[in-house]
Design a protein around this ligand. Structure first.
Ligand SMILES: *[C@@H]1O[C@H](CO)[C@@H](O)[C@H](O)[C@H]1NC(C)=O
Ligand SMILES: *[C@@H]1O[C@H](CO)[C@@H](O)[C@H](O)[C@H]1NC(C)=O
Length: 437
């Protein structure tokens, strides 16, 4: 069975995998573009941009005025970058080498000043929370998905865009895993920006799924207001608990098999803010029920659970006195980490259990497996979300520090890597970091 029926999250993961899959390539060129830039053949666009920026800063003719060949050397590098940054050209190059570009590409001869590369090129590439999108990535990950994206269309030439950058980074950090935060450099991708009707910079646009009209943000560009605007689109909900609905809510058969995280607020005492609760609801959508009790109003509930204030985690079916695990943080991102640590971990496979799994898959007795290959203590808490989201798939981890031979045999070269092992054989490996959208 191929992985055919994909639910939403799996689709996203597989898109990620597909976008980062090693492109098989036959290239006999003298000057290999990947080697020129010093990147692997499966490099992501971001890796390519970062490698190019580094070279540009070192080898730019502005900085090498004694070298008569500086211009022509830099044109070669620039050309490699112009080709590899474009999905279509890169594909052609991967298949046919420079020969394949003859008809489509004559660029690369023009480049920017050194200070442009230094100050204005790839301004969000060092921010893991912000995903820089090119046209192909935009089509795949924004237009064809139901995720909420808040995207900053900027031009490196505009000073307001630079002024906005610190606040935009802050929005990215506050909303990690809540919604997706993107950036498009309109100088690099002017066709995309024209299609999106961008007529001034910066333009901030919120996309919430392929069937909803994008919405422009026009208010003041403070972190707080931008975050509030984005959170309005989040549909995951927080349940207000009070005397009349409490029992019904916690015994609701649809959500009874999920844990509860309940915030208890009493005047003068700390509890999670509404905004933090909303962020948690989005981050842990379909994994955890998020609820809040106002103990000044519904004191009977707080007495019954014997909690006066703060936040508690209850395992499924155990919203009872004395069963809640207190959470310390009032910050949504930190609270989410605390909660994930309280959720069950995924299975770790060793050589033997891996062999058994392969055997089961060959015989068609097991459903597919998604495996996370890591070393040391690099456990990814996000993995704990997957069993609930990917019901048709097993999720596991392989600790390559222990199972060295196994990882070597599978040619796992980068950590962490994710691989999907399909029923009836076959597997796909996704090398790379989280930055491939
Ligand atoms: C992975 O194996 C190494 C070496 O035995 C060990 O130190 C590390 O704690 C293991 N990691 C996990 C998450 O178990
Ligand atoms: C598991 O270990 C055995 C013996 O050490 C080895 O022959 C086999 O190739 C290993 N399996 C994998 C998948 O690496």
């Amino acid at each position: 069975m191929e992985v055919a029926i994909l639910n939403h999250s799996l689709k996203r993961i597989l898109l990620t995998i597909a976008c980062c899959l090693i492109l098989l390539s036959i290239v006999n060129s003298e000057e290999d573009y990947y080697e020129l830039l010093g990147v692997e053949r499966d490099a992501t666009n971001k890796e390519i941009r970062r490698a190019f920026k580094k070279l540009a800063l070192e080898q730019h003719p502005d900085k090498n005025q004694d070298d008569p060949d500086a211009h022509s050397k830099f044109v070669t590098i620039n050309k490699a970058y112009e080709v590899l940054k474009d999905e279509e050209l890169r594909k052609k190059y991967d298949l046919y080498g420079e020969e394949g570009l003859k008809d489509d590409f004559h660029g690369g001869g023009r480049y920017e000043s050194w200070s442009y590369y230094n100050q204005e090129f790839g301004i969000y590439d060092e921010d893991p929370e912000i995903i820089t999108l090119n046209r192909a990535e935009f089509e795949q990950t924004v237009r064809q998905s139901d995720d909420i994206w808040f995207i900053n269309f900027y031009s490196p030439r505009c000073s307001h865009c630079h002024d906005l950058a610190p606040a935009w980074r802050e929005v990215g950090r506050e909303l990690v895993n809540v919604i997706r935060i993107g950036a498009v450099n309109c100088q690099e991708d002017w066709i995309l920006c024209r299609h999106q009707g961008i007529n001034r910079y910066p333009s901030l646009i919120l996309y919430s799924g392929s069937t909803t009209r994008p919405e422009r943000y026009t208010d003041e560009k403070t972190t707080k207001k931008m975050v509030k605007f984005a959170l309005k689109q989040v549909t995951a909900s927080v349940t207000d608990l009070w005397a009349a609905n409490f029992d019904m809510a916690i015994h609701n058969t649809e959500t009874a098999d999920l844990p509860w995280v309940i915030t208890f607020c009493s005047s003068g005492l700390d509890c999670l803010s509404d905004t933090s609760q909303k962020k948690l609801a989005a981050m842990l959508d379909r994994l955890v029920n998020i609820g809040g009790v106002d103990c000044d109003v519904s004191d009977a509930i707080c007495e019954r659970l014997d909690v006066e204030s703060g936040t508690r985690f209850y395992k499924p079916g155990q919203v009872q006195k004395g069963k809640g695990q207190p959470l310390g943080s009032l910050d949504a991102q930190e609270a989410a980490i605390e909660i994930l640590k309280l959720m069950p971990d995924v299975i770790t496979l060793d050589n033997d259990s891996f062999e058994k799994m392969r055997e089961g898959l060959r015989k068609g007795e097991e459903q597919s497996w998604l495996l996370h290959f890591m070393v040391g203590n690099d456990v990814d808490l996000e993995l704990r979300k997957l069993p609930a989201l990917l019901e048709d798939m097993n999720i596991g981890r392989i600790n390559c520090s222990n199972s060295r031979e196994l990882c070597r045999n599978l040619h796992i070269r980068h950590y962490p890597s994710i691989a999907v092992f399909k029923s009836k054989g076959g597997h796909e490996i996704h090398h790379g970091q989280d930055d491939c959208p």
